[in-house]
Design a protein around this ligand. Structure first.
Ligand SMILES: [Cu+2]
Length: 150
């Protein structure tokens, strides 16, 4: 008999919880109303911010972030080393670095940091050539990324 009483008590508590649930939906509606001005604010920020600021690739212990970045011809991309270890972004392929077609730099193309970047150091490069350009960390050749230039 005690078990039946416990089961009935649980059922009554569940009924109370369900009865209370419409009250929880009211704050959700308020939250949705608050999100709308935030979206408008973000759109305004995107319009006023320089487009080049979006073309940042973070280098962490996990590699390049984002791994693939799409930019327009003539856009500058900045690689920022956020890791305590040194990282050296450079054009594919290791070790010749000659896939990116602009000559210059130190090994095989202009797309080459030419040294290991210290923590907090950055390397910026302007992509003038349209194409899909693979690159890697010259100090860890298995760490790769891709810049797509449209
Ligand atoms: Cu290399």
């Amino acid at each position: 008999m005690k078990k039946i009483f416990v089961i009935i008590s649980i059922l009554m508590m569940l009924t109370l919880l369900i009865a209370c649930s419409p009250a929880e939906k009211v704050p959700e509606t308020t939250g949705a109303t608050e999100e709308q001005p935030t979206v408008i604010t973000e759109a305004v920020i995107e319009e006023s911010a320089p487009p080049a600021s979006d073309n940042v690739i973070k280098i962490t212990a996990n590699g390049f972030e984002p791994k693939t970045l799409t930019v327009k011809a003539g856009d500058m991309v900045t690689f920022v080393n956020e890791d305590s270890d040194k990282h050296w972004p450079a054009s594919a392929m290791h070790p010749t670095h000659d896939v990116y077609p602009e000559s210059g730099g130190c090994i095989g193309s202009k797309f080459d940091a030419c040294k290991g970047l210290e923590q907090g150091e950055s390397f910026s490069f302007t992509f003038n050539e349209i194409g899909s350009w693979g690159y890697h960390d010259h100090l860890r050749a298995s760490t790769t990324g891709k810049i797509v230039v449209e």
